[in-house]
Design a protein around this ligand. Structure first.
Ligand code: APR
Length: 243
């Protein structure tokens, strides 16, 4: 691929599937018998804080039982070795990208290992259970909640994401169904700015039609192969695109 300098990678639940973290909409896409949408809304939190906090406590605890897979490791290698700009935008709330040592990344839907104060807006690292009424380390209010972007709330760092999409020469989507906006629209934004677009996914997604190229298969196989391909581009290929 000619003139690729700036890359944006979007990841979804599919990149963590081979680590043993269930996806949302695949077979068995219900969590503990709850539909994600029934425990991932401000209304659900207001109606039954115990249920919502416990739902995330279980998922936070499960992080101790999983490890990054070859796809996370490959993206961390890309992060370490790619000389141009790179931003990994994950929809996932697990910490597997970080544990694979990815650095140039952000969580647009929040993180299990973080607590958000509904009173003062500050965040703090959190690893154990987070009962409703837990006290904020900054303001002291008993208002800590899971630092998760619920349906109907604004995803995090959208300005930073949109700026990266406007500059990118290549947009790659990995392991996402393209079911939830704004993430599902990123491919169209990237195309609008003239980027190449590539989808790596187990099955065709709702957005496959928008990608110039789609490769179907397991992320643990496709992503290491793609990263090796990208890092193997010789200097004549890696030509400064947008500076
Ligand atoms: N390798 C690659 N892709 C995979 C694999 C795998 N091993 N296993 C599953 N997939 C693909 C599926 O084909 C599907 O397209 O990953 C995608 C998972 O889709 P979803 O379960 O909808 O997860 P995601 O796209 O991340 O959901 C987006 O929706 O529920 C909300 O906020 C939540 O961030 C989440 C958002």
């Amino acid at each position: 691929m000619k003139g690729i300098r700036n890359i944006v990678v979007l990841t979804g639940a599919g990149i963590s599937a081979e680590s043993g973290i269930a996806t949302f909409r695949g077979p068995g896409g219900l969590w503990e018998g709850h539909r994600v949408e029934d425990v991932c809304t401000p209304e659900a939190l207001a109606a039954d804080a115990e249920l919502v906090h416990r739902f995330y406590d279980v998922r936070r605890a499960a992080l101790a039982t999983v490890v990054p897979n070859a796809a996370h490791d490959a993206l961390a290698r890309l992060d370490a070795e790619w000389p141009g700009e790179l931003l990994i935008v994950t929809q996932n709330v697990d910490d597997l990208h970080e544990r694979a040592a990815a650095k140039r990344m952000l969580h647009m839907h929040g993180e299990l290992r973080s607590a958000l104060c509904a009173a003062c807006g500050s965040r703090e690292a959190w690893s154990g259970d987070l009962p409703p009424g837990s006290a904020c380390g900054a303001c002291g209010a008993g208002a800590l909640r899971p630092d998760i972007v619920f349906f109907g709330e604004m995803p995090y760092e959208m300005e930073r994401i949109e700026a990266a999409l406007a500059r990118c020469d290549l947009f790659v989507s990995i392991g996402t169904s393209g079911a939830v906006y704004p993430a599902a629209g990123f491919v169209q934004t990237a195309r609008h700015y003239g980027a190449e677009t590539l989808e790596l996914n187990l099955d065709p997604s709702a957005g496959s039609v928008f990608f110039a190229e789609s490769r179907m298969g397991a992320a643990g196989v496709l992503v290491p192969d793609w990263v090796a391909e990208v890092l193997g581009w010789d200097g004549s290929t890696f030509r400064p695109g947008r500076s």
